[in-house]
Design a protein around this ligand. Structure first.
Ligand code: ADP
Ligand code: MG
Length: 439
């Protein structure tokens, strides 16, 4: 199967070729034909499998196949949960649309709205946006959704987690009922299925990997350690192994800042990326990390979501996420494109419960290691089974991977509930592209 076999135009194929893609990824191969047919889809695939091109290419094909109405109304809208992801998706849209007459732009908060409004006024065919700023600009009449033919929800599960359901439904309420809806998600929770049921019409389910599965070539490793020793241990890990590019996850923004400071004082170049950082700081941190100006990027789950960081050999979970699906997303940052990756988690006694939840969705036990000099002293956690695996350094001691305890049971973050889609419709999606002006 080639991109040409999928029925994409020469102009799009040329751009794809320039990106160096030789053949479509499995998700692209499966999703693109349905999208070109005008069907709604609900697609799930692991992180890093090319979902962006999976929806962008057929949408560009549709937009360039159909005549632009004179005043160039917005016809395709991509919603993403984070600014970084919006910027990244838009970079892709720009690259893939290099040789077609398609105008695009990206809208997100944290930056001046004026230039965004000015660009929107010139007329764009496809817009990539985060929900908050988009609604703001809609309120200010800078954008209209009345002519939107295709709605794309990228990283829909994260949008749910971030509480964007109301915003999404509000945006949808301004759209025509007849439209095509594409929903992409790396994981599938009950809530996501509920959201999908409200928005999608007769969707084709496109799946390329077992749900919630992680990249095959990722090895998981847990170090049992006291909370108070985690920083020192992280510094040791990075220094002893001479790691040059490591993504570290913390649970909180404050934790990310604190760890970053400690790393820097230990002589390791690092930057934090999270929601309290200015857009400029976030963009700079990501750029410096990508071009290796800094060794460590310390991120919260929300900030890291969907970032395209290629070939990352190591991801460290400084703390385990309290939502197990987030673990899957985190380690989606490693082992991409067939490369081997290592997902390391530093687990203190009170996090044992999180570990067992993660093991449940991974359907595998993660071997635990205890490193000499960093033995956990906090015994409030579960009784440890004496199962072992070899550590990177130091002598192994006792440890365990049993993970259930009622003591210090961490509270789970409440999952989003009850999404009643305001704009949900029962009409049919568009059928058969290309098509003429409607409505
Ligand atoms: P996802 O959204 O599924 O996490 P992305 O769309 O961000 O994945 O793609 C991940 C990486 O794979 C990007 O660097 C992208 O350029 C690359 N990529 C996408 N499609 C292909 C392809 N057909 N062949 C090779 N690389 C691809
Ligand atoms: Mg993506």
């Amino acid at each position: 199967m080639t991109f040409k076999d999928l029925g994409l135009s020469a102009a799009i194929l040329k751009a794809v070729e320039e990106k160096g893609y030789t053949k479509p990824s499995p998700i692209q191969e499966k999703a693109i034909p349905h999208i070109l047919e005008g069907k709604d889809i609900l697609a799930s695939a692991q992180t890093g499998t090319g979902k962006t091109a999976g929806f962008t290419l057929p949408v560009l094909q549709y937009l360039s196949d159909t005549k632009h109405p004179k005043y160039r109304p917005l016809r395709a809208l991509v919603l993403t949960p984070t600014r970084e992801l919006a910027a990244q998706v838009h970079d892709n849209v720009r690259e893939y649309s290099k040789y077609v007459d398609i105008r695009s732009t990206v809208i997100f908060g944290g930056v001046n709205a004026k230039p965004q409004i000015a660009t929107l006024r010139t007329g764009v065919d496809i817009l990539v946006a985060t929900p908050g700023r988009l609604l703001d600009l809609h309120d200010r009449k800078a954008v209209s959704f009345k002519r939107v033919d295709i709605l794309i929800l990228d990283e829909a599960d994260r949008m749910l987690d971030m509480g964007f359901v109301r915003d999404i439904n509000k945006i949808i309420s301004f759209m025509p009922e007849k439209r095509q809806n594409l929903m992409f998600s790396a994981t599938f929770s009950k809530d996501i299925k509920k959201l999908a049921a409200g928005i999608l019409r007769n969707p084709v389910a496109v799946e390329t990997a077992p749900q919630n599965s992680t990249a095959k070539k990722v090895t998981h490793k847990v170090y049992k350690i006291d909370k108070s020793k985690k920083t020192e241990f992280t510094i040791k890990l990075v220094k002893d192994n001479n790691w040059n590019q490591v993504l570290i996850f913390t649970r909180t923004k404050h934790g990310a800042n604190k760890l970053t400071k400690k790393l820097i004082s230990a002589g390791i170049t690092a930057a934090a990326i999270h929601g309290n950082k200015s857009q400029g700081a976030r963009t700079k941190a990501l750029k410096n990390f990508k071009d290796n100006t800094i060794k460590i990027l310390v991120a919260t789950d929300i900030a890291a979501r969907g970032l395209d960081i290629p070939l990352l050999p190591h991801v460290i979970n400084f703390e385990l996420p309290n939502v197990p699906e987030d673990y899957v997303h985190r380690i989606g940052r490693t082992g991409r494109a067939g490369a081997v990756g290592e997902a390391i988690s530093l687990v203190c006694s009170e996090e044992s419960e999180y570990q067992s939840e993660i093991e449940k969705i991974l359907k595998e036990k993660i071997a635990s290691t205890i490193v000499e000099g960093f033995e956990p002293t906090d015994t409030a956690g579960p009784k440890r089974a004496a199962s072992q695996s070899k550590g990177s350094f130091g002598k192994k001691k006792k440890g365990g991977n049993s993970g259930s305890s009622n003591q210090n049971k961490p509270k789970r973050k409440p999952h989003f509930k009850g999404n009643k889609p305001a704009g949900a419709t029962s009409g049919r999606g568009r059928t058969g592209a290309p098509k003429k002006k409607r409505f």
